[in-house]
Design a protein around this ligand. Structure first.
Ligand code: PCA
Length: 188
């Protein structure tokens, strides 16, 4: 049985022309992956709930073992993996539909937060193997990335799937980052 990976990135947002997380998904297309795994990629809209609905459609059909969500954290300098998704949004800028959710719970009856479920030590080890440092983060922010992460963690909570979120930093060149993410998907 092949290990199934669903990997996601996001469309550009905040008036940017590109989003390296979405570009990574395109970059992965056609890359050689070891025979024991199957990878499906999706580039999600930067919209509250829209990203999750798109994710859910693919998830339900593909039933992956592992989910690796990615997004851009422009103000960070290092690749970071998120330990937790929180039940909170407080958007500084509107999403790509013009919606701004301010200081509110994502799910009134949901848990305050959920931990990501992929072995973070292992992730760090594979990133290091490719020559890239991967730092641990305890905040995915209060915008669309955290909202997606939280909803995905709730959705897969009682399923066989492990999931986490990796934020790409703001850089001029992403060759090393893409290779690290590839090494993670190919090794995990
Ligand atoms: N980064 C944003 C949303 C989309 C993306 O790539 C975030 O960190 O919430």
């Amino acid at each position: 049985m092949k290990k199934k990976f669903l990997i996601t990135g996001f469309e550009p947002f905040d008036r940017d022309d590109t989003n390296p997380s979405g570009d990574w998904i395109s970059w992965m297309n056609g890359k050689n992956i070891s025979d024991d795994r199957e990878v499906r990629g999706a580039i999600l809209p930067v919209t509250f709930n829209g990203g999750f609905l798109e994710f859910k459609k693919i998830y339900d059909e593909f039933c992956p073992d592992m989910v690796i969500l990615t997004g851009l954290a422009k103000n960070r300098k290092e690749l970071t993996v998120e330990r937790i998704g929180i039940n909170w949004v407080d958007a500084r800028i509107p999403d790509n539909d013009g919606v701004t959710l301010v200081s509110q719970k994502i799910d009134e009856s949901g848990p305050d937060g959920l931990f990501t479920t992929i072995d973070l030590e292992k992730l760090t080890m594979f990133a290091k193997k490719s020559g890239c440092d991967l730092l641990l983060s305890t905040s995915a922010g209060e915008y669309v990335c955290n909202e997606l992460l939280y909803k995905v963690l709730c959705y897969v909570q009682n399923k066989k799937t492990s999931a986490t979120f990796i934020h790409l930093p703001g850089l001029d060149n992403y060759d090393g980052i893409y290779l690290a993410l590839y090494t993670i998907v190919n090794g995990l």
